[in-house]
Structures are given as C-alpha cells and as structure tokens.
Design a protein. Structure first.
Length: 138
C-alpha cells in the first residue's frame, strides 16, 4: 500500500529507497542517543530521541505530500485533493514548531541534543549516498 492509502501497488525503487533511508535514520538516531547517554546522561539522550521524533514526523509528511502530488497511473485510484494535502502539510509544520518550542523552552531540553537527533536523516542520506557510490564502483 502507498503512503496515502490509494490501494495496493508494486513498490517502486524510490519507495524502497525511502524505506531504507527511514530505517537508516532510525539506526543513526539510536546510535546518537546511545552516545549522548554515555557522554551526558539520560536527559540528553531523551532530547536526541525527541529531535529524531520531530524529524521523523517531518519526513513522513514530506513523503506523503510528494506521493500525493505525483500523477496516478491508474485513473480509478483515489487520491486526496491537493489543497487538502497542502493544508495537512501546513498544519503538520505548525504542530512541529509548537513541539520544538515545548521541548526547548518548557522542557529545557538541550538544543544541541535536539539538533543531533534531527540530523539523523542527514546522516542517513550521507550513508545511503556512500552505499550507492560503492555499488556503482563495483
């Protein structure tokens, strides 16, 4: 099934790459949380996981919007209206901004630890790029 629930379809290579990227980002975030726990304690590790949660929410929203904006090859498949999809995206980013404010200002989580968790997707992209380069060399 696709991310927006428009019926079964064969997974494309971009779907496979997105799934692998999401898994790699989770592993990177867990590794950074373990390092934060070892270096600064449990609260910093929790902040890293909080930053990872924020970026996971953002990543999921972007993937849904991208798949909703793609043309559907089967004319019978349902797709939500683009205006509704964009409204959901804007609402999601409003929620993300509120959650980031709560984590930094109210819970007093270390901003660098939050940033480390949020950078787990960047680390995952770098790892996947390295994998693709190594595959092309061989």
């Amino acid at each position: 099934m696709s991310a927006i629930g428009d019926g079964p379809r064969a997974p494309s290579s971009s779907d496979t790459l997105l799934r692998r990227l999401a898994l790699t980002a989770c592993i990177c975030c867990a590794a950074m949380a373990a390092a934060a726990f070892a270096l600064a304690g449990g609260f910093a590790a929790l902040a890293v996981l909080g930053g990872g949660g924020l970026v996971a929410t953002s990543f999921g929203g972007i993937a849904r919007v991208a798949s909703a904006m793609m043309p559907v090859p089967d004319h019978r498949a349902r797709r939500p209206a683009r205006a509704l999809t964009l409204a959901v995206l804007v609402g999601r980013y409003g929620l993300l901004a509120f959650l980031a404010y709560v984590m930094i200002a109210r819970l007093r989580m270390p901003p660098l630890a939050l940033l480390a968790g949020a950078s787990s997707v960047v680390a995952a992209v770098a790892i996947e790029a390295g994998r693709l380069l190594l595959q092309r060399r061989h």
